[in-house]
Write a protein that binds this ligand. Sequence first.
Ligand SMILES: Cc1cc2nc3c(=O)[nH]c(=O)nc-3n(C[C@H](O)[C@H](O)[C@H](O)COP(=O)(O)OP(=O)(O)OC[C@H]3O[C@@H](n4cnc5c(N)ncnc54)[C@H](O)[C@@H]3O)c2cc1C
Ligand SMILES: *[C@@H]1O[C@H](CO)[C@@H](O)[C@H](O)[C@H]1NC(C)=O
Ligand SMILES: CC(=O)N[C@H]1CO[C@H](CO)[C@@H](O)[C@@H]1O
Length: 433
Amino acid sequence: MASNSYIIVGAGVFGVSTAYTLIRKYPNASVTIVDRDAYDADSRVAASWDWNKVIRADYDDIIYCRLALEAQDIFEQDPLYQPFFHKTGIYWMCRTDYATQVVENYRKLGRKAELEAVSVKEARKLYGGLFEDADYSDVRDVLVNKTSGWANAGDALKAVTKKCIGLGVKYVVAETESLTFNGGRCTGVRTKKGDTLRADKIILSTGAFTAKLLEQAAKASNKPEISAGGRIIAGGITTGMTQLDEESYKRFANMPVAVQSYNATVGPFVGSLPPTRDRELKWWGQKIFKNTQNILGKPISAPPPESDYAQWKVARPLKEDIDYANSIFYGKNGASWKMEKHRICWDAFTSSSDFIISPHAGAQGLYVATCGSFHGYKFFPVLGKYVVQMLEGELEEELKSKWAWDRERPDEKLNPEFPRWEMKEILGAQAKL
Ligand SMILES: Cc1cc2nc3c(=O)[nH]c(=O)nc-3n(C[C@H](O)[C@H](O)[C@H](O)COP(=O)(O)OP(=O)(O)OC[C@H]3O[C@@H](n4cnc5c(N)ncnc54)[C@H](O)[C@@H]3O)c2cc1C
Ligand SMILES: *[C@@H]1O[C@H](CO)[C@@H](O)[C@H](O)[C@H]1NC(C)=O
Ligand SMILES: CC(=O)N[C@H]1CO[C@H](CO)[C@@H](O)[C@@H]1O
């Protein structure tokens, strides 16, 4: 049974994919997206709004491997997504037995694994020696394949959002400050300006802001059970770009997505993305950080309070993280590159890096669909399908328990990607931004 009105807070991949699925399934339903930024704004805070993102299916977790293959098929075939996908392949410097596990997962899923693990010696010679000077210390093998690539992330998000609006989805630009309740039921959202919007189902796809929003709603309604209570952590990571000159561009234009992976002791994986049409080559850094603040009396990690999350104010120690990333991929080949743009990108994390796609246990009519945990973008074309299954109680058992609001959560220390720094710790004396 379809309920006929939905409010989705947040126009990143989780929210937009949900809106797109709903409006096609129920063309007469009222589907409203509320976001603090216009979908075509020049600058947005969404993690999903980016120059580019890696689209890969090489997961050691077989569930995400299956979902990523499903999503990648759509990126390749659906005319809505296809223009934004670039199937460049991947070059994955592995320090664990990840490569073997990925190959095994493909086999189990009955897919032809167009990927293989090659020795470091062989790998250095691939792609005309682009990665000959990378840091291979402790690397066991390099996973190379043709199936992965990258997407023009912000452009794809804009195109799908526009399509939703064309199909009748309403897009409201407003900051949601709180939620409204009638007894145990969530009935709508209240904006910062004081407007109230109501619907049968309220879906929060608010990314890094989610824990803060839930805290505000808990406080305003005197419902402590609405708090995220440690389930959702906002984490930040620095990205940086250089613009290649014509000559380097020729060399790097057809490069694969490159990844350096480590383990839970050393740190998260670091990546470098092929140049965009503006010849801009991108990295993300190795330092993933929380920004724990006192929010209504509780220590909660959230993006900086500025309306743009202060995402363009990147302090020197974070820029150095990008210089470091450059050095471990390109060594002397990239030593003279000048970094042109830096951004801090904020996402919502769980300790297992699993999404939360679940009814909120604290109120009826309230749902959470977010927590991309730094790997959510690639699932853009399929997220909505699973969110709608969740809304309708039809999510398969395995996904339901993996993405549940209430579940056992593993020790974050076992997760290499989990934020292990405080932002102010990295910024040190320069914290007075
Ligand atoms: C540096 C970096 C690199 C990444 N690389 C990859 C990659 O290569 N591949 C990959 O698959 N994934 C990657 N990810 C992860 C991916 O970007 C995220 O998991 C995903 O985009 C999260 O989507 P979302 O919809 O939950 O949140 P977001 O995209 O952040 O969207 C949340 C939206 O909610 C809005 N919002 C929040 N609070 C409010 C409020 N109170 N009122 C109104 N609106 C509000 C925001 O404006 C925003 O538009 C990366 C993330 C980062 C940060
Ligand atoms: C992680 O890798 C480092 C160096 O590569 C090694 O010293 C450490 O023991 C590894 N940790 C685990 C848990 O495997
Ligand atoms: C097994 C396999 O398909 N390997 C390929 C991975 O991608 C690189 C780059 O396209 C090819 O050179 C390999 O043959």
